[in-house]
Design a binder for this molecule. Structure first.
Ligand SMILES: *Cc1c(COP(=O)(O)O)cnc(C)c1O
Length: 443
């Protein structure tokens, strides 16, 4: 499979090139050159397949022949090693729980798959010198990437985060892991962390001394596997007897998750339509209702992983529609959920059913309740475990939220942190010293 840039001004790339680069040279995002439609007989068979087999078939359709079947099966089975249950909330509303991975959020899917694919594509490269992944994080991406690469061979991850500006629980999730994960607490902002990573990639001496790669959210290797759970969820619903037209409500920030759903639909998955469930950051709902796309600075909300004012993956969605915005707007509508509505939704759901959502899931449920038409079935995606947003959820519902054991265990581990000035020269010297030490250990 070849990969094309959404900006149409870069040459086609191989899978390995697209994964190594992240962003295409023309500033666009990579997309598969062909979208393979799976045949009707496959969909009929899918209803009776195990999740891991569905995942493998979809991954094969997405990646083509670049990864041999046996290796791809191993990558998929290893990446999807946690449950993706579909829970019925009401007669016409179900939840796909994407929050049972190691960091209890849907980003685990993309991060685990990417980590394994990167290691596979890197096999035999660099004659034994490790691959170094640099990732800047404002909180959740760092933990998903760190957990995704944890203990994989011949790869080291450096997580840069703004010291004192991520939650204590977020910090524990990437800064207690040790092994091949180094947490760097930067004396500065998230933007400073991003600038340091960017400068490192541009530094010839550093690139000569060590092999560097990125793991940012727009990488095709993180984006593509997210299509898979739309298929497994559909199979679960069919087995549960759901036959009505399906409406999928996706908590949306940077729109990677939604773009992967639209891709699944173009592969033939019978989804009637999507709802882009946003918080008070309403750039996307405005665009989908017919206004011009106008990025704006984001503002803070209870669903903070979706506080995005200029969503990068909108390009992927527009690309999937060949630029036909009318067709896009017919299939995807937007819905804004304010903080007050998040609170009301969480409280009502908890009091009527005992089920807890995180604030992002509350946006998806609220969007379904406002847009579901008679005769349709609504599927909402739960993108994070309520315990990750414990203080908000406890305050809103008045009910204690237990930390799942994996998270509780992490929370009690000591921090393994290296402090870093927000100065490129300091970062560079740190990386060079690390590379020299790794080199000695290899000898
Ligand atoms: C990242 C994130 C989102 C937004 O996903 P996008 O793919 O960026 O739209 C939603 N919910 C949670 C909990 C997240 O961490």
């Amino acid at each position: 499979m070849k990969y094309l840039s959404t900006h149409h001004r870069a040459p086609a790339a191989s899978l390995a090139e697209a994964v190594a680069r992240g962003l295409a040279p023309d500033g666009g995002l990579y997309m598969p050159a062909h979208i393979k439609r799976l045949p009707p007989y496959w969909f009929a068979a899918m209803e009776h397949m195990a999740d891991v087999d569905i995942a493998f078939h979809v991954a094969q359709a997405l990646l083509g022949d670049d990864v041999p079947a046996e290796a791809l099966h191993r990558i998929v089975a290893d990446a999807f090693n946690f449950d993706l249950p579909v829970v019925r909330l009401a007669s016409r509303v179900s939840v796909l729980e994407l929050n049972h991975g190691p960091t209890l959020a849907f980003k685990d899917v993309g991060a685990r798959f990417m980590a394994r694919l990167v290691c596979y594509l890197d096999r035999g490269a660099g004659s034994g010198a490790p691959l170094n992944v640099l990732v800047a994080t404002s909180g959740d991406t760092g933990s998903a990437v760190a957990a995704g690469f944890l203990n994989l061979p011949n790869v080291h991850v450096f997580v840069l985060y703004p010291r004192g500006r991520v939650s204590a629980l977020q910090e524990r999730q990437f800064a207690t892991l040790g092994h091949n994960i180094t947490a760097l607490a930067v004396e500065g902002s998230f933007d400073d962390c991003q600038a340091l990573v960017k400068q490192a990639f541009g530094d010839a001496a550093l690139r000569h001394a060590m092999r560097l790669t990125s793991a940012n959210s727009i990488n095709v290797a993180r984006f593509l596997p997210q299509s898979i759970y739309y298929f497994t969820a559909y199979a679960h619903l069919r087995r549960a007897g759901v036959r009505s037209p399906l409406v999928v409500s996706v908590p949306s920030g940077n729109l990677g998750n939604l773009a992967a759903g639209v891709l699944a639909r173009q592969m033939g998955l019978p989804i009637a339509r999507f709802v882009a469930a946003c918080n008070a950051n309403d750039v996307v709902p405005r665009y989908l209702s017919g206004e011009k796309f106008e990025p704006r600075p984001s503002r803070p909300t209870l669903a903070n992983a979706m506080d995005v004012g200029n969503p990068s993956n909108l390009e992927r969605i527009v690309w999937l529609y060949g630029g036909d915005e009318a067709a896009l707007r017919a299939d995807v509508t937007g819905c804004v959920t304010t903080d007050a509505q998040i609170e009301r939704t969480l409280r009502n759901l908890y009091h009527s059913t005992g089920y807890l959502l995180c604030p992002h899931g509350a946006c998806a449920l609220n969007a379904l309740l406002h847009t579901l038409r008679p005769g349709e079935h609504g599927l909402m995606l739960a993108t994070a475990h309520p315990a990750k947003f414990r203080s908000s959820v406890e305050r809103i519902t008045g009910h204690g939220v237990a930390l799942p054991s994996a998270l509780a265990q992490r929370a009690s581990q000591p921090l393994l942190i290296r402090r870093l000035e927000a100065r490129f020269e300091a970062f560079k010297q740190f990386l060079l010293a690390h590379a020299a030490l790794a080199g000695q250990q290899a000898v």
